[in-house]
Design a protein around this ligand. Structure first.
Ligand code: AMP
Length: 203
């Protein structure tokens, strides 16, 4: 099954993709995580991507499209978190795979800002935590891989990222509505309730 999670930063896409991987073995593929790793490794892609990621704007398709194509090739079941972000990316994806479900997680700005202010991520396995709702057992340490938790530097510019998201999301929603693969989930609730809905949709 090939699933896409759409939603603003802080809507829980990464968390739910992780849950789907843990519960059903559906691989989480997050373009943001891939880009951050490239940046950490100071690779050619990372050096090019850094100036966009640090400003909260989208990395050019020239970099992202080939990166995602290489990742999804030969994987049967996956959830995409953070891709596609534009109609152009969605059209590209349609040439590579057949998308089964697109789940749009709606969240209001207040919740997004609150969640991001409390978000932590594991530098090793990319698992997501929250200082209020999903606390790690040991402060600053990932429960699963014992990696160090960090605050994403671009989480400090959440308003810019929200504006960029809002500009691009409407045409993308229309695109998937027309294809009849779109489902909507109210992401303004406790993460357990949101995840329950997502689980029902993919069964
Ligand atoms: P995320 O972890 O999904 O919030 O992504 C973090 C940052 O990575 C974004 O603000 C963009 O700069 C970049 N990025 C991630 N996915 C994409 C994409 N599909 N297209 C362009 N830029 C992306």
């Amino acid at each position: 099954m090939k699933i896409i999670l759409l939603g603003p930063p802080g809507s829980g896409k990464g968390l739910f993709a992780q849950f789907l991987q843990d519960d059903f073995g559906i691989k989480k593929i997050a373009t943001g995580d891939i880009l951050r790793k490239e940046i950490r490794n100071k690779s050619k892609i990372g050096k090019k991507a850094e100036k966009y990621v640090s400003k909260g704007i989208y990395v050019p398709d020239k970099i992202v499209l080939s990166m995602i194509k290489n990742k999804i090739r030969r994987i049967k079941n996956f959830t995409l978190d953070g891709f596609p972000r534009t109609v152009k990316q969605a059209k590209f994806l349609d040439k590579v795979i057949k998308v089964d479900k697109v789940i749009h997680i709606t969240t209001n700005d207040k919740n997004v800002i609150k969640r991001i202010a409390n978000r932590l991520q594991c530098g090793k396995c990319n698992r997501i935590y929250n200082l209020i709702t999903i606390k790690p057992r040991r402060k600053g340490i990932c429960d699963i891989c014992k990696g160090k938790l960090y605050i994403r530097s671009d989480d400090k510019i959440v308003k810019t990222r929200l504006n960029v998201y809002k500009r691009e999301i409407k045409p993308l929603i229309i695109y998937y509505k027309k294809k009849d693969v779109l489902e909507k989930v109210n992401g303004n609730r406790h993460f357990n309730l949101v995840y329950n809905d997502i689980r029902k949709l993919i069964k």
